[in-house]
Write a protein that binds this ligand. Structure first.
Ligand code: ZN
Length: 286
């Protein structure tokens, strides 16, 4: 099943047509995607039996974030072996976790205003929770997932690494720095949800090309480890880390510039497309 947010409304997608959930269900399910995610098991059962009628064509620009107001967004650093190597850092023994604040979320097609001259890309598989998860085992963790999305963890490297004890979260939470989508794809829709091809193109040039099977901590292990500490709720997001090929590791470093385009694809899920406009006043970091 493919579920998402079209012009702010809960929507099912099939064969390039959009079906309004509230209309199709006669009001049984909310037009608010967060309220649908809150009753995800019930919704998925209904959707699997629903007869799709009244579909219409849609513009990608009208797609919003499939889970637009998550209570929590977790992001995992250094979670691909090749990315840890390019960063010159040892593989972590446990999850390295920061957050991206929800005000940075957008849909899949957007123009982003650059915060400075060190804004970098990170293609990521993003997990959307579909159940409350507290101390779940890795073996059962996939059953807590509503679906998968493509995400970009856009990162202002100067802000991210500022200060004596760098805190990543703000440098990754400027407006528009968390595009996700284009929709949420349930894990059964892909042949192997633990092994998806992930790719980034900057102005047409492939810069990242990896597979999610190269993660240090895969989706199930990430859910298990996070849920030992925090309670995960439906609609929460986990950005699962990025493969090698980020701009700061290029020689010389290559950051996003005015006029660049960024296309992020996970095969079997879809693509994001961002364009970038000139930096405003640089952020002062002490
Ligand atoms: Zn990241």
């Amino acid at each position: 099943m493919i579920f998402g947010n079209l012009s702010g409304r809960s929507t099912l997608f099939s064969d390039a047509l959009a079906y309004d959930v509230a209309t199709l269900s006669g009001g049984s399910f909310s037009d608010d995607p967060m309220r649908v995610l809150a009753v995800w098991d019930h919704f998925r059962d209904w959707a699997s039996r629903a007869t799709l009628t009244g579909g219409r064509a849609f513009a990608e620009a009208d797609l919003g974030a499939p889970a637009p107001r998550p209570g929590q967004i977790f992001a995992i650093g250094l979670n691909y072996r090749d990315h840890a190597a390019e960063a010159g850092l040892p593989l972590p023994g446990d999850l390295t976790v920061f957050t991206k604040f929800s005000s940075s979320l957008t849909g899949p097609v957007s123009e982003v205003t650059l915060s400075g001259s060190s804004v970098d890309w990170e293609a990521e598989l993003v997990v959307v929770l579909g159940r409350t998860a507290r101390r779940v085992s890795a073996e059962e963790a996939w059953s807590y997932v509503a679906g998968l999305m493509v995400g970009q963890d856009l990162s202002d490297r100067v802000v991210q690494t500022a200060g004596p004890v760098p805190q990543f979260s703000l440098g990754k939470s400027f407006a528009g720095y968390s595009p996700v989508g284009p929709w949420l794809v349930t894990p059964d829709e892909v042949s192997d949800p633990d092994d998806l091809a992930i790719e980034t193109r900057v102005s047409g040039v492939i810069v990242q090309s990896g597979r999610t099977s190269d993660m240090v901590f895969g989706v199930s292990e990430a859910i298990a480890r996070l849920s030992r500490i925090v309670t995960l709720e439906p609609g929460d997001l986990i950005f699962t880390g990025t493969p090698a090929g980020v701009g700061m590791s290029a020689k010389p470093p290559r950051f996003l510039r005015d006029g660049d385009t960024l296309e992020t694809t996970i095969h079997g899920i879809g693509s994001l497309r961002q364009s970038f406009a000139a930096a405003g006043e640089p952020v002062e970091v002490a």
